[in-house]
Design a protein around this ligand. Structure first.
Ligand SMILES: Cc1cc2nc3c(=O)[nH]c(=O)nc-3n(C[C@H](O)[C@H](O)[C@H](O)COP(=O)(O)O)c2cc1C
Length: 194
């Protein structure tokens, strides 16, 4: 696949199955992530690979965090069906990569630039997965921003979850890609006459 075809055809796949990228394929994905633009070479990211039983443990963490959030908000406790549904969420893919922005103090590089850089790294992972015939989808949701989840995953106070990348092989068909009109999103700019 040539580079432009790859860039034009990446498509999220919510339904994923085995095999997941592993070994050299996974290494190639991380090498692509490490090419993310990065102001001042801060390397403001790190990644947790979660597979096998780790996905069950992640599900339990999501349950604990959601129960606490609901309790704090005075909402009713989750039903057993809610709990089963949440436990099954991380099982939707054979591999999950948690992309973490590790924000460093820097006089010229604000936190937002570092989070963007980590987002570019996440995109690099997805593109390199696609280049090798694998598929994925970037997810967040309330649990990505939850202190209990962050703590359970070992995040430090200067870290944020940028996303959970669910990865594997596409199960079924890809959705059709929607064409966007270029001119809906770009304008030529010159300064208005004074
Ligand atoms: C930061 C971020 C968080 C996202 N979180 C979710 C999510 O929690 N659930 C979801 O269904 N899609 C989420 N998405 C959107 C999907 O990853 C995907 O972009 C969307 O389904 C459109 O598909 P496409 O990327 O193939 O066009 C998120 C995207 C981004 C960039």
């Amino acid at each position: 696949m040539d580079a432009l075809t790859l860039l034009h055809s990446r498509n999220s796949a919510p339904k994923l199955c085995e095999p997941a990228p592993e070994g050299e394929a996974l290494d190639a994905m991380f090498k692509a992530a490490f090419r993310a633009p990065d102001h001042a070479w801060l390397r403001p990211w790190r990644f947790l690979t979660i597979r096998g039983d780790g996905r069950h443990q992640l599900g339990q963490l999501f349950i604990k965090a959601t129960q606490q959030r609901r309790q704090q908000a005075g909402e009713p406790a989750m039903t057993p069906e809610d709990i089963d549904k949440l436990a099954a969420k991380p099982l939707r893919a054979p591999l999950i990569i948690t992309v973490i922005a590790t924000i460093k103090e820097h006089p010229k590089v604000p936190a937002v630039e570092q989070v963007i850089s980590a987002g570019c790294a996440a995109h690099g992972l997805l593109l390199a997965a696609h280049a090798q015939g694998f598929a994925g989808v970037w997810r967040t949701g309330s649990n990505a921003f939850d202190a209990t989840v962050m703590q359970g995953l070992g995040l430090q106070p200067n870290e944020e979850i940028v996303g959970f990348l669910y990865l594997g092989s596409v199960d079924g068909n890809y959705k059709p890609l929607r064409e966007l009109a270029l001119d809906d999103f770009r304008q030529d700019w010159t300064a208005p006459a004074q």
